[in-house]
Design a protein around this ligand. Structure first.
Ligand code: DQA
Length: 144
């Protein structure tokens, strides 16, 4: 089973950006955490992070050709704006779980809207790094 974990803009700045909201751990620590979960579960995992919308669309299309079984995505700010990312996920038809580190529903009103949630099978928010683990386990269970 092959999963692709996609993170959007500013997620590479974890540990630096607004630690009161996103915590003190870094992006590399996030990757180590997910790698450990996946190795225990015998899942092959790859990572992609970009600050650019079109590159995220390209990565989603690439996942189709590389035959990924599932996608875990934190589209970050593009969650609330990107029809292009929504359409790409619809186009490839790969089971997707949306993750947010923070509780987007207790923050600014504009964060309450998620285009990606229209295609995601599940949206996990407000659980920090744990949310990614939950997403991986959900996909493993579903794809078994
Ligand atoms: C986020 C929430 C978004 O509203 C924000 O723009 C982010 C991160 C989260 O993980 O909580 O960059 O997706």
């Amino acid at each position: 089973m092959k999963l692709l974990v996609i993170n959007g803009p500013n997620i590479n700045f974890l540990g630096i950006r607004e630690p009161d909201i996103y915590g003190a751990n870094t992006y590399n620590q996030l990757l180590d955490y997910i790698r450990e979960v996946c190795s225990k579960e015998e899942i092959e995992v790859s990572f992609f992070q970009s600050n650019h919308e079109g590159e995220i669309v390209d990565a989603i299309q690439d996942a189709y050709y590389k035959r990924y079984d599932g996608i875990v995505i934190n589209p970050a700010a593009y969650t609330h704006t990107s029809v292009a990312i929504l359409d790409a996920l619809k186009a490839v038809g790969i089971p997707t779980v949306e993750v947010h580190l923070s509780d987007i529903y207790s923050r600014d009103l504009f964060r309450h809207v998620s285009y990606v949630s229209l295609v995601a099978e599940k949206t996990i928010y407000g659980k920090g790094f744990e949310g990614y683990k939950e997403a991986v386990l959900y996909l493993k269970d579903k794809l078994r």
